[in-house]
Design a protein around this ligand. Structure first.
Ligand code: MLT
Length: 408
């Protein structure tokens, strides 16, 4: 008899964004006359930067000629891309990362979800609340938790991110082994400064723990005092892994390209305390389970580091940040408090109401889709997340409709 992984039964029946998509489809079915504006899932709307597109086209043509055709590429990615990433995203910022420490992949979602499989079943995992659901759900699937009660799984150390702590979690009160952090944060849009991040690095060093640092939104940082990478913090190379994505950076949500940085010194331990290279483990996993991102996509990705590519990426991020400023203003004018939307594409709004009820209200009265905060964890209850990823016209319309529906 084929039996299932019983841990899957502990999960909610569907993934947050699938659940929202179903509700939106039902609404659209019932109200075909309403033009729904989606500020829910963070999906980019601007097309690929022209520099990427040109490189993409050229590489597709390469695939059509025998002399330039490529078959399997290196599983970890082509050196032409890994070298550019190491140079521009890390070394230029004072974070010494070698190209051999960069693993190209098809998404930060997959990498943040898969990375936990390198570690023992009985480690203690610390996860922020609210949180991007992938970190939690993949640990549930792996059997590291008990059942959920009131939205919290037994066996997980939750790190509340609330208005009281400025949406930056405190260090855990109990010892933990694996820590997930995300800054600029999804969903709250909060950022972390060097001193606060250093506290986490020091904690990990003191406790032989490992930090999985999701920096998928680092390109939105405009405050020069904020770190873009955990590797800008002294001592992080031994205790941290970083995830980056081109999805939001350069519009690759549909094209798929991301990368994970695993320094050679990064260490985990056997049950007997023998140190093991996490880089070697991830390399083993990556080469076994992944065959690399397609050659044209990697060529397109490398083009973001050209002079034109860098200008075009900045223009795109400026555009979304200007959308975020419009959303922040509209929300504040309506009398709600919010964080994020500065150094981040997400605005985290204190809706002062049940977050799914607020989601339904916005959908029904304004035809606007947001993400209910409770979907990211119990500490998200009362909040909604509004995404700045849409056209200027749609963002302005959405805010006008919201103002009409909720104002007065
Ligand atoms: C989000 O809306 O939280 C993200 O777009 C989801 C993702 O990147 O997988």
């Amino acid at each position: 008899m084929i039996r299932i992984n019983e841990h899957y039964r502990k999960l909610k029946s569907s993934y947050l964004f699938s659940d929202i998509a179903k509700r939106v489809a039902a609404f659209q079915g019932a109200h075909p006359e309403t033009e729904v504006i989606k500020l829910g899932i963070g999906d980019v709307t601007l097309p690929l930067p022209p520099a990427c597109l040109e490189a993409f086209h050229r590489a597709v043509d390469d695939m059509g000629r025998e002399e330039t055709f490529r078959g399997y590429g290196p599983e970890q990615g082509y050196p032409f891309l890994r070298e550019k990433i190491a140079e521009h995203d890390f070394t230029a910022r004072g974070a010494a990362i070698d190209a051999s420490e960069v693993f190209i992949s098809d998404g930060a979602k997959c990498d943040t979800g898969n990375f936990q499989e390198l570690f023992a079943d009985d480690i203690r995992v610390a996860i922020p609340d609210p949180v991007y659901p992938v970190y939690l759900d993949t640990n549930v699937m792996a059997g590291r938790t008990g059942e959920a009660e009131a939205g919290r799984y037994a066996g997980i150390t939750y790190l509340p991110s609330t208005a009281e702590n400025g949406f930056i979690p405190e260090l855990p009160a109990e010892p933990v082994d694996l820590i997930y952090l995300c800054f600029p944060n999804n969903p709250t849009g909060a950022t972390i400064d060097r001193d606060r991040l250093k506290l986490w690095v020091d904690y990990a060093r003191a406790n032989q723990a490992l930090i999985l640092f999701d920096a998928a939104y680092e390109v939105f940082i405009r405050d020069d005092t904020l770190p873009h990478s955990i590797f800008e913090i002294e001592g992080a190379r031994e205790v941290a892994v970083e995830f980056r994505s081109l999805s939001k950076t350069a519009g690759f949500t549909g094209t798929r390209c991301a990368f994970t940085v695993v320094p050679k010194e990064c260490t985990a331990y056997t049950a007997d305390g023998e140190p093991i290279s996490v880089h070697a483990l991830w390399h083993r996993r990556h080469t076994t389970k992944f065959n690399g991102v397609s050659y044209p996509v990697q060529r397109a990705a490398a083009a973001i580091f050209t002079e034109a590519g860098r200008v075009q990426v900045k223009e795109r991020i400026d555009y979304y940040l200007a959308n975020a400023a419009i959303i922040r203003q509209a929300v504040k004018d309506l009398g709600y408090s919010c964080v994020g939307g500065v150094n981040s594409p997400y605005i985290w709004v204190d809706g002062k109401a049940d977050s799914w009820a607020f989601f339904d209200l916005l959908l029904n009265r304004a035809g606007v889709v947001c993400t209910p905060g409770a979907g990211f964890g119990p500490c998200g209850e009362g909040y909604i997340r509004i995404s700045a990823f849409n056209s200027r016209r749609n963002v302005e319309h959405a805010m006008e409709r919201m103002t009409r529906a909720l104002g007065g």
